[in-house]
Design a protein around this ligand. Structure first.
Ligand code: UP5
Ligand code: MG
Length: 196
């Protein structure tokens, strides 16, 4: 896609930082199309006839990053779908790219990003949120053991992506510890500064 025509904002942050929660606010008020890489992978995992189902299940439970070809293809398909069926060309890509190879591949093959919205949150806060959500979410990775693995992957594999974009001056950092309402106030302020 032509990045002069299609807007892509990456939304990153640790597991449970509140990416999905804040994306829902932005969809409501700004009309973005929200594409969560994790949600797309979970849907593919459950899709009858998917050749990747078992593989995705294993990767998600272990907090590992699914091979990028699968995720990039799911995102590209979902973007094309939104453009064709909803005429929406403004995307929040949530939870992606979380490994350097994905970032390079996506920007080369699919679309350049405008910037990365990064939700900064300490691990103890994220852990409490995830364990709490785990009581009802039914997510296979909302348990203490998987959460530990997700944190490790985030620090070792995903933070380098944030650092990469920081060097390019393309990261907007938001403190994700306050209440959802206060976090969103900060998001709106920073979007305004970006001219959005
Ligand atoms: N909550 C939210 N904001 C709050 C606030 N300010 N104060 C108090 N509570 C707050 O929120 C999490 C919980 O916290 C909720 O209960 C919420 O009400 C509360 P949410 O908005 O869901 O946080 P989010 O950051 O979206 O957390 P999520 O668990 O979705 O993050 P992950 O990044 O871990 O999950 P994701 O779905 O993106 O990825 C899952 C797995 O998929 C990965 O581990 C990986 O195995 C795989 N994956 C890939 O392989 N490749 C990819 O490219 C992407 C994913
Ligand atoms: Mg999420």
């Amino acid at each position: 896609f032509d990045s002069n025509d299609v807007t892509v904002i990456f939304v990153l942050g640790g597991p449970g930082a509140g990416k999905g929660t804040q994306c829902a606010n932005l969809v409501r008020d700004y009309g973005f199309k929200h594409l969560s890489a994790g949600d797309l992978l979970r849907a593919e995992q459950d899709r009858e006839g998917s050749q990747f189902g078992d593989m995705i299940k294993e990767y998600i439970r272990d907090g590992k990053i699914v091979p990028m070809e699968v995720t990039v293809q799911l995102l590209e398909n979902a973007m094309q779908d939104a453009i064709d069926n909803e005429g929406n060309k403004r995307f929040l890509i949530d939870g992606f790219p979380r490994k350097m190879d994905q970032a390079l591949k996506f920007e080369e093959a699919v679309c350049l990003s405008k910037f990365t919205l990064f939700f900064d949150c300490p691990e103890d806060v994220m852990q409490e949120r995830l364990l709490n959500r785990g009581k009802t979410s039914g997510r296979s990775d909302d348990n203490a053991e998987s959460i530990k693995k997700r944190f490790k992957t985030f620090v070792e594999t995903s933070m380098p992506v944030v650092k990469h974009y920081e060097k390019e001056g393309k990261v907007v950092i938001v403190d994700a510890t306050p209440t959802p309402e206060n976090v969103y106030e900060d998001v709106k302020k920073k979007f305004a500064e970006k001219g959005i």
